[in-house]
Ligand binder design. Structure first.
Ligand SMILES: Cc1ncc(C[n+]2csc(CCOP(=O)(O)OP(=O)(O)O)c2C)c(N)n1
Length: 541
């Protein structure tokens, strides 16, 4: 078979049924073979960054390896920021990138592709020769799975039509280790938990699976500890009675009160970075037990009083067993803070008087969207100062349904990730919340991709007509903010022109029309939420 057909066949052998991409000289025949010979789904993006981000969104929702393909030189060059987003977000994707012919030193599109990929932090696997294709591509898939980062698979264009024998290779990837700790560290940890008077359990990304959730809930009940999550694990304890929501710079005032009152934090699968600990202040004066499957994560930012290398669920179960054996009494902390916690879980009712005021405020609008969307929604966000309200006002059924989209802090990455997510779960609605700047940078380019692929996508543009994150900085220094202000076109008609449904919302009355449109939607829709840049809430530092 030809090399390009063999690559398509190898994708199928690795259970890939969807790829995102943009075709050019070096990947078009492979994509053609994947679609024509194997009935694979190909989602054509409008920009290579979009294809890469779609694969990231897809991987996040499915838990499988996402696959994108781009052509040589400029095709790969367009993926720079997207690859960094994937590296920082630990996204397992394979990027099949074409390369200029090995035999031609002077090809116009030639760049040092290995060096290019290296600066992003992604991995690189070279297709060494037609004969080593099966081995090389299997290596790329194995590395994406175990290294949890994008791996670029570099395919020189001149190999495409060469003939090889089909000899499939697939490397097994062992299941995540379920390490059961047994050490002095565990004894120390149990001792600290047993003597804590006001313990609090914190779960991060490494604990966001069902078995960890069940074990942490049991431990929390046993020691009477309230629970909280990092940003990435949003929704892990949703609807549980002692859920405090976010632990970190996005905590509500009430949650901060509980955090400050606690005397011991038991963290599972959380790196405890500066955003989670509010630059260390939330852990000051408390004892810290830090559990993580990866030894390198323990003490990476702050030294714990006890660090335990182990699986979150199994470690919590063990702690529970030792606490029972030692007949340790529960702390009583849940009862102490129950009134405060009730305030966290009861959303403020929307003020009726505010409803008639114009312009509509971001919080009320997003809460209204939250109320009407089915609970199994997926939430994706872009970056900007609207984020605080987006993350606090809209719920998700579980952390897997939440893509913060800001691992690199770049604007414009939300919409492509939302398309990838929507392609991964066609029977659920995907909600993207973005700013106007982020929509112009990255959303506009790919909105039509969502239309062409009939995604069930709702885009809410928090449109304050400004780069709000910069606007506030000018204003806070009493400077003229005009450099941050933009006279964008109305996004509603733009979305309609791109093939979707666009609605402009200025008032609460308009919002109700938008809600009706959400309920009757037939395809991608966009709500242009006109907001006042001077009354937008600030982001925490
Ligand atoms: C790719 C990229 N360019 C520039 C920035 C700097 N930046 C951070 S927030 C922001 C403004 C975003 O504006 P908008 O999307 O309208 O959201 P808002 O802050 O107004 O809520 C900018 C330009 C960035 N983070 N990423």
């Amino acid at each position: 078979m030809t090399v390009h057909a063999a690559i398509a066949q190898t994708l199928v052998d690795h259970d890939v049924n969807t790829i995102f991409g943009l075709i050019g000289d070096a990947n078009l025949f492979m994509v053609d073979s994947f679609v024509r010979n194997h009935g694979g789904q190909y989602i054509a993006s409008a920009n290579e960054a979009g294809a890469t981000l779609m694969a990231i969104g897809y991987a996040s929702l499915t838990g499988n390896i996402g696959v994108a393909t781009v052509t040589l030189g400029p095709g790969l060059a367009n993926t720079l920021s997207a690859l960094i987003e994937g590296v920082k977000g630990a996204s397992p994707i394979v990027l099949l990138c074409g390369d200029t012919p090995v035999s031609n030193r002077d090809e116009i599109s030639k760049i040092e592709q290995r060096e290019f990929v290296r600066v992003t932090g992604a991995g690189f696997v070279q297709l060494r020769s037609p004969e080593t294709l099966f081995e090389d591509l299997a290596t790329a898939f194995r590395r994406a799975a175990v290294e949890r980062r994008p791996i670029a698979f570099n395919m020189p264009k001149d190999f495409q039509w060469q003939k090889i024998e089909y000899s499939p290779v697939k490397y097994p990837v062992p299941d995540n280790r379920t390490l059961v700790p047994s050490s002095d560290d565990l004894d120390d940890a149990v001792g600290i938990v047993a003597t804590a008077k006001r313990p609090l359990i914190l779960a991060g990304r490494g604990a966001m699976h069902e078995s960890a959730k069940a074990s942490l809930l049991k431990l929390a009940k046993r020691i009477e500890a309230p629970l909280a999550t990092t940003l990435k694990a949003k929704g892990l304890f949703c609807d549980e009675p002692f859920d405090l929501g976010f632990f970190g710079t996005f905590s509500s005032a009430t949650t901060v009160e509980v955090i400050l009152a606690s005397d011991c934090i038991i963290a599972f699968g959380a790196s405890l970075n500066q955003y989670t600990t509010s630059y260390g202040t939330y852990l000051k004066g408390k004892r810290l037990v830090h559990v993580d499957l990866d030894q390198a994560n323990i003490g990476r930012y702050l030294p714990p009083d006890a660090g335990v290398v182990g699986d979150s669920a199994l470690t919590a179960d063990l702690m529970l067993r030792w606490l029972d054996e030692a007949e340790i009494s529960p702390s009583g902390f849940q009862c102490e803070v129950s009134e405060l916690i009730n305030q966290v879980s009861t959303p403020e009712s929307t003020d009726n008087a505010a409803r008639s005021s114009e312009p509509i405020d971001v919080k009320s609008a997003l809460r209204r969207v939250d109320e009407v969307l089915p609970s199994d929604r997926v939430l994706v966000t872009d970056a900007g100062r609207f984020l605080r309200e987006a993350w606090l006002s809209v719920g998700v059924p579980d952390p897997q349904s939440f893509l913060p989209g800001v691992n690199f802090g770049a604007i414009g990455m939300g919409l492509p990730q939302a398309i990838g997510a929507a392609c991964a779960c066609e029977d659920r609605p995907t909600l993207l919340i973005t700013g106007d700047g982020g929509f112009m940078l990255g959303g506009l380019t790919e909105f039509n991709t969502a239309v062409r692929n009939h995604c069930d996508l709702i885009v809410v543009v928090c449109n304050d007509g400004s780069y709000g994150a910069e606007h506030i900085q000018f204003c806070n220094r009493d400077m003229d903010p005009s450099l941050s202000l933009f006279d964008w076109p109305d996004f509603g008609p733009v979305a309609t022109a791109l093939g979707g449904t666009g609605i402009t919302v200025r008032s609460f009355e308009d919002m109700e029309l938008a809600i009706e449109a959400i309920q009757n939607r037939q395809g991608p829709m966009l709500i242009d939420l006109k907001l006042d840049p001077d009354t937008m809430p600030q982001l925490p530092n």
